[in-house]
Write a protein that binds this ligand. Structure first.
Ligand code: G6P
Length: 610
């Protein structure tokens, strides 16, 4: 949520900043701006996408080798030119960019206004830059002013700042919103995530909460904001390639990532199938696996698509391993005074590893004595570093705002965990062998399902203009219905609801008429006959049925306007296959409607504000 980039070195800053912003645009795209220091401070900013800023900088270039850039997801103040970052002090000597929310900005603003300070924008960020200036006037030292101002701030932030008062330094800080420092050759590139850094260097230092850094061309110092003590930071190596964050010939990141799923789930499984012992090996859980086996209760917390993965996880772990599982939205969990004991284990699922609600819920669980685990995609992200143990999902960078390959990789990790625990508790070796075989065959089945995308594309044409959609599934595929509906609404803006198929009778059935498309996820599993009855109920009210069914199931054809066939697998693995046509359907419908698939309105990939 909001992308931050900064540069100090020997090269012209503006093109590096702009390029970084293009890679960070998935974090927010309401407005964009840069500030560059030469002998004076030049700020260029504009409402709209980074491409608008690009045009502005082409017609009116800025020169300088120290600078900051920002792409915004609006919290306080509408997405206007004025509210765009960077924000400056009254006489344009300090420029600051911010990701997060300054919760006590109103109180700070009131105090500063009483002291005679004036403000140009409606943002919380401007209050901080004005506060820093007030401290600078008092101390005459920029690093000290920066630190003292941050000590007054309540809230979450990732921040970068430059100033003509100290023109050869870049100042950054973190409290809750990610910030990485890329170490180049006599240059540094800072950013909210490594995607804006990797083309310059792979050596990265990640700030932790409550830390700041003062960066010069050939050195940097990291320290604690509260007491100014220096902190030694480990330099980490970024593992992904630039190619992974490029579109690679696809029209959209989302489509590329949909088609990367066979590889993504292969990667999630790689090295984790123990054929000899007919079980699963999860190195990241090695030290905690006995506690996990003996847990009285697992609580899964997550947001968005990751929450849907968590729901499948509940069915999986309870169904296979017999351990009670609860799944909760992280944002609800953290504020409802949850009852947690030392015997509980809390598992956070997150693609980015940075979602603020998930992170905060995790801290809450830890404070109450629970052991915490993470299922995270982004290596070295905040959640990955703040949990006691965990499993990476290894989907590779996911850039499209609508999550696809991260979801199926999360499902794969949850399935592996469930099998591991089940084998330790009550599953026979021969059952284990059957499952390992099914897991092994899964990537090819995913590949095959995706190879039939043209059929889904064809079907999507019939639905591009409808205002509503309903998605229904049962058992393992109820969360898939929720995910199908979420995918459609987030990128096509068609209102869609997911429901447990039988629960339809208690409400959504009132919506069904000849205009209502209803997607049924209907594999031939234990609840198949029940789902067929639900299809009949929709047909009796003239609803338009689209069925996801197993290959060879001819019985369903007369019941549906369209049938999308998918290969059969074990029921608990079927969500990994059944969600694929739903991802494709939402993609093609959104494209038909002319929507910006990778940057849907109002959304952001990584939600780092509450
Ligand atoms: C945002 C994204 C979703 C994602 C959710 C949770 O809403 O747009 O795609 O599922 O955040 O993110 P996380 O990174 O924690 O999985």
């Amino acid at each position: 949520m909001c992308g931050i980039v900064g540069y100090i070195g020997e090269r012209e800053a503006s093109s590096i900043l702009l390029n970084g912003l293009k890679h960070l645009e998935y974090r927010g795209y309401d407005s964009a701006g840069v500030a560059v220091i030469n002998s004076e401070l030049t700020v260029k900013k504009k409402a709209g996408k980074v491409s608008g800023l690009d045009i502005l900088l082409q017609t009116d270039p800025v020169i300088g080798k120290v600078g900051i850039g920002h792409t915004r997801w609006a919290t306080h103040g509408a997405p206007t030119d004025l509210n765009a970052h960077p924000h400056t002090d009254s006489d344009n000597n300090i420029a600051l960019i911010h990701n997060g929310i300054i919760e006590n900005y109103a109180a700070l603003k009131k105090k500063l206004a009483a002291d005679g300070c004036s403000f140009k924008s409606e943002t919380d960020t401007e209050v901080l830059v004005v506060l820093i200036r007030a401290f600078y006037d008092e101390f005459g030292n920029m690093a000290k002013a920066f630190r003292y101002a941050l000590k007054q701030v309540v809230g979450a932030y990732g921040i970068a700042m430059v100033s003509t008062f100290d023109p050869d330094r870049l100042f950054v800080a973190r409290n809750g919103s990610p910030l990485a420092i890329g170490i180049g050759d006599r240059e540094f590139i800072v950013a909210s995530d490594a995607s804006a850094i990797v083309q310059h260097t792979r050596q990265v230092v990640y700030l932790d909460d409550g830390e700041m850094a003062v960066i010069e061309r050939d050195r940097y110092v990291t320290k604690r904001i509260d007491d100014d003590t220096p902190v030694d930071k480990e330099v980490e190596e970024v593992v992904f390639d630039l190619a992974e964050i490029e579109k690679g010939g696809y029209n959209h990141f989302m489509l590329k990532e949909i088609f990367e799923q066979p590889e993504a789930i292969r990667n999630a499984m790689r090295g984790r199938l123990d054929l000899e012992a007919s079980t699963v090996r999860l190195g990241g859980l090695m030290n905690v696996i006995d506690r996990l086996r003996d847990a009285k209760r697992l609580i899964i917390i997550a947001c968005g698509t990751s929450f849907h993965a968590g729901l499948v996880g509940e069915y999986l772990i309870e169904g296979l391993a017999g351990i009670p599982v609860e799944v909760e939205y992280a944002s609800e969990f953290r504020y409802r005074d949850p009852i947690i004991t030392k015997e509980d284990i809390v598992i956070a699922i997150s693609q980015s590893g940075e979602t603020i609600d998930t992170l905060a819920a995790l801290r809450e669980a830890r404070n109450r004595g629970a052991m915490t685990l993470g299922i995270v995609n982004v290596v070295s992200s905040s959640i990955a570093r703040q949990t006691d143990a965990g499993v990476y999902s290894h989907a590779g960078p996911e850039i499209g705002v609508a999550s696809t390959k991260a979801f199926t990789s999360q499902l794969m990790v949850l399935a592996l965990m469930a099998v591991k625990l089940a084998r330790m508790k009550r599953m026979s070796a021969s059952e284990g062998r059957t499952i390992l075989k099914a897991l092994h065959e899964l990537p090819e089945k995913v590949e095959y399902t995706l190879s039939r995308h043209e059929q889904v594309k064809e079907i999507s044409r019939a639905y591009a203009e409808v205002p509503n959609f309903l998605y229904l599934g049962r058992g393992y595929n109820y969360p898939v219905a929720l995910e199908g509906a979420l995918k459609l609404k987030e990128i096509s803006y068609i209102h869609a609801e997911g429901y447990p198929a039988a629960e339809m009778k208690h409400g959504p059935i009132a919506l069904i008429d000849k205009n209502m498309p209803v997607v049924f996820i209907a594999p031939q599993d234990a609840v198949y006959d029940k789902v067929i009855s639900n299809i009949e109920e929709v047909r009796a009210r003239n609803g338009r049925v689209i069925a996801i069914a197993n290959e060879g199931n001819r019985q369903i054809e007369p019941l549906a306007e369209h049938v999308i066939y998918v290969p059969e697998t074990l029921p608990f693995l079927s969500p990994i296959i059944n969600v694929l046509p739903l991802q494709l359907l939402s993609y093609y419908v959104a494209v038909d409607r002319g929507c910006n698939v990778d940057q849907p309105r109002n959304l952001a990939k990584s939600v780092t504000v509450e």
